[in-house]
Design a binder for this molecule. Structure first.
Ligand SMILES: Nc1ncnc2c1ncn2[C@@H]1O[C@H](COP(=O)(O)OP(=O)(O)OP(=O)(O)O)[C@@H](O)[C@H]1O
Ligand SMILES: [Mg+2]
Length: 321
């Protein structure tokens, strides 16, 4: 038996074949509709993303999915369990990584895992064995006896993911798994998520990093103000909403005026963020900036459309406002 198959068993499914199905979920906080009629499905083995800015409703949605917060209306099914009616049972089949790790800093790495499993209902022996399995799988074995407070931010996050795998190995939800991590630790977490995916684990994650969504997600929803604005594979979303190519001009302050005048005269729309001027092509063509070639203080590069552009196109705002 390989490590992979040892960690993972096939997911139980809902009657419609999905592993997660949220149907028309609503949640009000006072007058604010934190989640305002959200519907989506995650299929077995899929990595599905909720991509949205601060306050979009991602955490609220994930907490309801994990049975940690009641819904106002709607239905949630996870691996055949009706979460609205049976919010405890869902945590036996689904691992949860919350936005704040909630690890116990006074315990060792092993103790954190073991205790979590034991308190979640595994026997002493099963929890011990499982903790060793999970440590091996996540490459944390040499850290078994380290105190949790000694770990780097990236390792803590990996431990939190490992912990979510203690009792369930089929489906896992993660709220912003890499937020606050340095690029190197983020890469490690991404590698781990790729390994989980490879092992057939169904993953739902929330993020406000378009790169994370592009790299990891098979499909994703763009969320804003408690609603899903569109859903699809990253490529489909880019195809549907983003320009094919975008010119980016790095402009020295003394040349800004020349660039603005050039674009305005030709009625070419552009966005200016600091010294960076972005120009989209029209109808898939490259924007014609030939007249700016050789202008002193202007460096032009072209890049492909991405999920940031999708978000901007759908909402009129930047993802990282
Ligand atoms: N316990 C609460 N009481 C009142 N309002 C809340 C509560 N939790 C969330 N909200 C509000 O609900 C909306 C959605 O918040 P939520 O935390 O779900 O967003 P998010 O997408 O997770 O954002 P972030 O990227 O910052 O984590 C926000 O307007 C927020 O202020
Ligand atoms: Mg959140």
């Amino acid at each position: 038996m390989t490590e992979k198959s040892k960690l993972h068993n096939d997911a139980t499914r809902n009657t419609d074949g999905s592993v997660i199905h949220a149907d028309n979920i609503r949640k009000l906080y006072g007058d604010v509709a934190a989640v305002d009629g959200i519907t989506f499905k995650v299929e077995p083995g899929e990595t599905y993303g909720l991509l949205g800015p601060n306050g979009a409703g991602k955490t609220t949605m994930m907490r309801m999915l994990a049975g940690l917060s009641p819904v106002d209306s709607g239905e949630i099914m996870v691996a055949g369990i009706d979460v609205v009616k049976n919010n405890r049972a869902v945590r036996e089949v689904m691992g949860v990584v919350t936005q704040h790790d909630g690890l116990d800093g006074g315990l060792t790495v092993f103790q954190n895992l073991f205790l979590f499993g034991f308190l979640a209902g595994l026997s002493w022996k099963d929890s011990k064995n499982r903790a060793h399995e999970v440590l091996e799988f996540f490459g944390l074995r040499d850290r078994t006896k380290a105190n949790t407070y000694e770990l780097s931010g990236g390792m803590k996050r990996r431990l939190a993911i490992a912990r979510a795998m203690m009792t369930s190995s089929n489906v896992i939800v993660m709220d912003e798994p890499s937020t606050g991590l340095d690029p190197q630790s983020r890469n490690r977490v991404w590698e781990e998520l790729a390994i989980l995916k490879d092992a057939g684990v169904t993953v739902l994650l929330s993020t406000h990093y378009m790169e994370e969504a592009t790299t990891l997600c098979d499909r994703l929803s763009i969320m804003d103000h408690g609603k899903i604005l569109d859903e699809g594979t990253p490529d489909e979303m880019i195809e549907r909403h983003a320009p094919k190519e975008i010119a980016q001009l790095r402009v020295a302050p003394a040349s800004l005026r020349t660039v603005r005048d050039y674009l305005n005269e030709r009625e070419i729309s552009f966005r200016e963020v600091g010294a960076l001027v972005s120009v989209k092509g029209v109808n898939g063509d490259r924007p014609d900036l030939s007249g700016l070639e050789g202008t002193e203080g202007v460096q032009t590069t072209f890049r492909a459309g991405n999920l940031e552009d999708v978000f901007l196109a759908i909402t009129g705002r930047e993802l990282r406002d």
